[in-house]
Ligand binder design. Structure first.
Ligand code: NAG
Length: 444
């Protein structure tokens, strides 16, 4: 404990673990602490006994739910884009050697004012057979996808007169004559935007995200998403093993009693029951520094146990379903993430579906997600929680305490990766560029 470290990381949530891994690989000496006796913090995977302790303390787990060790229930499930940033982080740090992934079988979107579920078409061919659009709209969608796919900065003949560096996305949609519903599933189920502000931003970001979606689907077919066997809880443990390789240390059951500062207000270490660990920088989740964060909203999540696949998804063993805000008269999308025994997260024949969104009203939180719950069919049991969405008040450069954001309602990793990039830049003063390592296959 009385050693000196470059960085001390508090909390073993997904963001903290990815950063701690990237810093280790970059040659930093990292100490990683967590007050809990399990890995993962807010984003832990729990067995059934732990889930009951959290949601129904004092209540017995029904014996009908089978063996404890068959359950690995993510409190915050997130899927990875096969070609996405998170996979590049995992490949770069080489934690992939401790993990095994399985594809998510389907990516769906709700349309027709919340009444119907359809696969998200990922390419021109799928667009032509999609029930999401009428015959003429299908052709316009096909043209848009072809254009997005072929767009090449160096070759103006592929631009069709549209400059994506300057033209706002709503102008691009207009150029292709796409209807509001089509725009919405492109923006929310393919590009995964959280709200409609992207419409007024230059089209580049959305075009790149649509291309990422299509390329990720191409990689494995069916959906763009993959997910680790045994749940996301295996990620922090993989990072802990990696850390050991780089001379770092992970310690559970070790709380940070307080942060220690010098007289300039810069952090110098962390006080624990075992003494003071010294470091020039501290990275933590909001729960370790309540006075340095502010609440900007709340997320409601319902963990639902099912004994059948979600209706309308072709009996898929796993899916993501996005319910775009405008389809159901909301200001935030509702997300459904479903995994099953096929991913070793629950006993065979069970399905775990998590429905989440940002809280918008004072009504009981479950009302906010009812459009998602409605899609699931009969529910065996349901565990509902509301968590604050917290963000750091300052960027951390003054006191060298760098705080992550709470996990939002999305069921994919894109916003977590944005936070990792943002934190990296604040911590090191440089943008995060993943260098190719000797002898390593390039992470595409
Ligand atoms: C697109 O706009 C940017 C920014 O104004 C400009 O630098 C670039 O040359 C334009 N590209 C084309 C092909 O006109």
């Amino acid at each position: 404990m009385d050693e000196d470290y470059d960085v001390i990381v508090l909390g073993t949530g997904l963001t903290e673990c990815v950063l701690s891994g990237l810093l280790s690989v970059d040659g930093k000496k990292v100490l990683h602490l967590d007050r809990n006796d399990y890995y993962g913090a807010e984003s832990a995977s729990l067995n059934m006994t732990q889930l009951y302790e959290k949601f129904r303390p004092g209540k017995e787990v029904p014996t009908t739910l089978g063996r404890d060790r068959d359950w690995n229930i993510d409190l915050i499930p997130k899927f990875m884009m096969a070609n996405g940033e998170i996979v590049r982080f995992l490949t770069h740090t080489d934690v992939t050697r401790y993990l095994e992934f399985k594809q998510i079988a389907g990516s769906f979107v709700v349309y027709s004012k919340g009444t119907k579920v359809s696969k998200v078409p990922s390419n021109e061919v799928e667009a032509l057979s999609s029930p999401l659009m009428g015959i003429f709209e299908k052709r316009r969608m096909k043209k848009f996808l072809e254009w997005a796919q072929k767009y090449n900065d160096a070759d103006p003949s592929t631009h069709q007169g549209l400059n994506i560096s300057v033209l706002p996305m709503h102008e691009v949609f207009k150029q292709f004559g796409l209807a509001p519903d089509t725009q919405e599933f492109i923006g929310h189920a393919m590009a995964l935007h959280l709200d409609d502000s992207y419409l007024n931003e230059p089209a580049r970001d959305t075009v790149e995200k649509v291309r990422l979606y299509a390329a990720s689907v191409l990689r494995y077919g069916k959906s763009p998403y993959i997910y680790p066997l045994y749940g996301l809880g295996d990620l922090p443990q993989a990072f802990a093993r990696l850390s050991a390789v780089y001379g770092g240390t992970y310690m559970l059951n070790t709380d940070a009693q307080e942060l220690v500062y010098d007289d300039q207000g810069k952090v110098t270490g962390v006080k624990t029951a075992e003494g003071i660990a010294r470091a020039k920088q501290v990275i933590c989740d909001p729960s370790y520094v309540s006075s340095k964060v502010k609440k900007v909203g709340s997320v409601v999540r319902a963990i639902c146990l099912l004994n059948h696949p979600i209706p309308g998804t072709g009996d898929a063993d796993s899916v993501q379903i996005v319910i775009p805000q405008n389809q159901i008269g909301r200001k935030h999308d509702v997300y459904v993430a479903c995994v099953s025994g096929a991913h070793m997260v629950c006993p065979k024949d069970y399905y775990l579906a998590i429905v989440s969104t940002i809280v918008e009203t004072d009504k009981p939180a479950e009302m906010e997600i009812q459009e998602g719950l409605k899609l699931l069919g009969p529910i065996v049991d349901k565990f509902v929680s509301v968590s604050p969405l917290e963000v750091p008040i300052e960027d951390g450069t003054k006191d060298q305490v760098f705080i992550s954001r709470s996990y939002d309602a999305t069921s994919h990793f894109e916003t977590v990766c944005d936070d990792v990039h943002d934190l990296w830049k604040r911590i090191t003063g440089e943008p995060l560029v993943l260098k190719k390592k000797e002898g390593q296959e390039e992470a595409a």
